[in-house]
Write a protein that binds this ligand. Structure first.
Ligand SMILES: CC(C)(COP(=O)(O)OP(=O)(O)OC[C@H]1O[C@@H](n2cnc3c(N)ncnc32)[C@H](O)[C@@H]1OP(=O)(O)O)[C@@H](O)C(=O)NCCC(=O)NCCS
Length: 373
């Protein structure tokens, strides 16, 4: 058995941002257009009018102030309300693979490694561009990795669940290093025309290089343990799938995109995530007070505050549990990885940290890591 480290992380940030002000302005134009279109039914009382969104609600309910997207124009077009991506020929690199390759390249550069140092790649994300051939194989081949690649999806916990597999492959010696990559083009699964959730998501790509500790560069984090948990819930759900056309579903049906019971998710997932982290630490002989930094999933500011409080007994400071969702919104599986990427450089040798995701499934995944040098 080998000791295992996170050697580096990589980040691809999409070129465009949408502020809450821009988002709400476009949404409210959409509301006006829809209400005008259905004016007769609304006047007759057979249809409810749509209501405006507002910036104050979004910041207060979520902490989100902006989001990065791969295509701003399509999302903000009140007659479209979804990104516009040009179809690419089969011979061209897929959009999702392009995001993944850039994040992986950044991770390799940050570790001073090349594709020749890596034996496998897991593409782990909440949505896949296609069923096959695997996005992971496309990204692996584009990077020039001689080995293997595959896809997996555990929604917002895709990255941490993939890290468990990568860590075990390296620990048991079947790979020297594995790249976990999370190209999250969440703008394509978001119902931008639904005011309850139109502000929630953003696009991004992250990558994590998991490597044998003896091969890892200075500044690496040893992985002391991984812990996964899942239990079925319908409170975060997307019914789009390969059976949809056989069910004669309209792709525009509301259940073919992201939906959630936000209040229930909040109430059920926070205690579960806090207990999961505390239990994981305890199994390794630690308590939350021993942890220098928590890199938590980034869905909602109040969620992270509540989890921090349950763990530490006081509100976690930005230093104890950094927040990136104000800038990025919820980026599905990438959130805790962006937090780690942005906020690990100041830790000292021996400092302990926890990476933890939580989301649909429900699914919770955590890693306890220690800075080695
Ligand atoms: C989604 C979430 C931000 C919503 O916040 P909330 O405080 O629970 O808000 P609610 O949905 O209860 O809505 C409260 C009110 O604001 C209204 N509202 C909803 N969206 C609004 C918007 N964009 N603008 C203005 N008002 C809005 C609602 O209609 C409701 O009005 P009512 O009280 O008259 O019925 C919050 O529940 C949450 O973050 N949950 C965590 C789950 C999560 O983020 N999961 C992501 C996947 S891991």
């Amino acid at each position: 058995m080998h000791r295992v480290a996170i050697s580096s992380t990589g980040l691809f940030t999409p070129p465009q941002t949408i502020t809450n002000a821009e988002l709400v302005a476009a949404f409210n134009q959409y509301v006006d257009l829809e209400n005008a279109k259905h004016a007769d039914a609304i006047a007759a009382g057979t249809q409810q009018p749509l209501t405006y969104s507002n910036e104050e609600f979004i910041v207060k309910a979520s902490g989100i102030k902006a989001r990065y997207v791969m295509d701003k124009e399509g999302v903000l077009d009140p007659t479209r309300m979804r990104p516009r991506f040009a179809a690419r020929p089969d011979e061209a690199l897929s959009l999702m693979a392009e995001v993944g390759v850039k994040a992986c390249q950044d991770a390799l550069d940050n570790a001073g490694k090349t594709a020749a140092d890596v034996d496998g790649l897991i593409c782990a994300a909440a949505n896949m561009q296609r069923p096959y051939p695997a996005m992971g194989v496309e990204i692996q081949t584009a990077l020039g990795i001689h080995g293997w690649g595959f896809d997996m999806n555990v929604a917002c916990s895709s990255a941490t669940f993939a890290l468990e597999l990568a860590v075990n492959a390296v620990r048991t010696g079947t790979a020297r290093a594995v790249l976990v990559v999370n190209p999250e083009i969440t703008s394509a699964h978001l119902a931008w025309m639904d005011r309850d959730c139109h502000f929630i998501f953003g696009d991004v790509g992250t990558a994590i290089l998991v490597q044998r500790l003896d091969l890892a560069p200075a500044g690496a984090f040893e992985v002391l343990g991984t812990k996964l948990f899942s239990t079925f819930s319908n409170n975060i759900r997307n019914n789009a799938g390969f059976l949809s056309r056989c069910d004669d579903r309209d792709p525009a049906d509301r259940d073919q995109l992201f939906r959630q019971e936000g209040r229930k998710v909040f109430k059920e997932v926070c205690p579960m995530a806090a207990d999961h982290i505390a239990g994981h630490l305890q199994s390794l002989g630690y308590t939350p007070a021993d942890v220098r930094r928590f890199w938590l999933h980034q869905a909602n500011l109040a969620m992270n505050q509540l989890i921090g409080k349950r763990l530490l007994g006081h509100e976690a400071s930005a230093d104890e549990a950094p927040i990136i969702l104000d800038e990025f919104a919820n980026t599905a599986s990438a959130g805790s990885i962006i937090a780690f990427h942005r906020h690990n450089g100041d830790l000292a040798r021996g400092d302990l940290g926890v990476i933890c995701s939580f989301g649909a499934g429900y699914s919770i995944g955590s890693l306890v890591v220690r800075k080695v040098a």
